[in-house]
Design a protein around this ligand. Structure first.
Ligand SMILES: Nc1nc(=O)c2c([nH]1)NC[C@@H]1CN(c3ccc(C(=O)N[C@@H](CCC(=O)O)C(=O)O)cc3)C=[N+]21
Length: 282
């Protein structure tokens, strides 16, 4: 059986440290505030909202939710973003994904003030990230690297295979792992013969949103498995990896729940604090 990469444990550890930082900021009269825009009711966004609310409260960050109807117009969304950009007290803004079809996501993201872009999705911050200038880091990618560092898993010279090319996980994670001298391949659901690539992976990241996408026969013996999937399947939350069988082949594996999810939430809080500190010249 593979060793567990305990994301929940590490998230709790880091939250304790972050709370001290926030307490210090508060003693100087600075209250981190971040605003979440959620459109409609995507089930994985619901889990995210719930865990963020709990974590923000624990750390001492103020979180405000703007719940918009699934029929909201682009104009209404843009006007909310403008309001939050201008509000002095707001340190972070994020739009939960996915958004409904009538929304032009790229335009909406581009409207967010890069200084308040906690998710690292504005054109300015995506560009900075790929240039190696990390103004903010995308929460999931930051969480995954933190977890690998904590367990002393090196990336230099390793074959990393990422399944999933999303703007929130696959693409930024590839950028950050390249910077750590890994050889990175990005696969997706249109890739022919996934297993030809996955079998060569020293580190395999599954972020495609499909239960049981990664099975034991696709995994090299001793590989490190990072499961980013959050899927509702037979009334339970499962990842993209067939955990029960893959654990017999892998050396390390993240559980779902309790793996990448809690670290994503904690890392997001770190970004909020980072942006708050920067705004106050720290
Ligand atoms: N702009 C944007 N960025 C995101 O990062 C983003 C998003 N939109 N939209 C929704 C998805 C989903 N997502 C989750 C993150 C953490 C948990 C999480 O904390 N899961 C825990 C708890 C699960 C439970 O309650 O059982 C766990 O895996 O252990 C879940 C889901 C982030 N997403």
């Amino acid at each position: 059986m593979a060793q567990l990469l305990d994301g929940k444990h590490l998230a709790d550890l880091r939250a304790t440290k972050l709370k001290q930082k926030v307490t210090h900021l508060k003693s100087e009269g600075i209250q981190p505030l971040f605003c979440v825009i959620n459109i409609g009711n995507d089930p994985s966004s619901k889990i995210y909202l719930k865990t963020k609310k709990r974590r923000a409260k624990e750390i001492g960050i103020k979180q405000k939710l703007f719940q918009l109807s699934s029929s909201v117009t682009q104009k209404e969304l843009l006007s909310l973003i403008n309001c939050l950009n201008e509000e002095e007290k707001v340190n972070g803004i994020m739009i939960q994904l996915p958004v409904p079809g009538q929304i032009d996501l790229n335009e909406a993201l581009a409207a967010i003030d890069p200084e308040k872009d906690v998710d690292c999705l504005t054109p300015a911050n995506v560009g900075r990230l790929w240039r190696g200038d990390h103004f903010v880091e995308p929460a999931t990618a930051h969480g995954i690297l933190t977890l690998l560092d904590y367990y002393h898993i090196e990336l230099k010279g390793k074959n990393v295979v990422i399944i999933g090319r999303s703007s929130i996980v696959g693409k930024p994670l590839a950028a950050m792992m390249l910077e750590r001298d890994a050889t990175v391949s990005i696969l997706h659901l249109k890739t022919k013969k996934l297993s030809e690539y996955t079998k060569r992976a020293d580190v395999l990241v599954a972020a495609a949103g499909q239960p049981n996408l990664v099975t034991a026969d696709m995994v090299k013996k001793g590989a490190v498995i990072i499961d980013v999937g959050i899927n509702r399947f037979n009334g339970k939350i499962v990842g993209d990896v067939d955990y029960a069988h893959v654990t017999n082949v892998a050396s390390y594996i993240t559980p779902v729940p309790g793996g990448v999810g809690p670290l994503t939430v904690e890392s997001l809080m770190e970004q909020v604090v980072q942006l708050t500190r920067r705004k106050h010249g720290k």
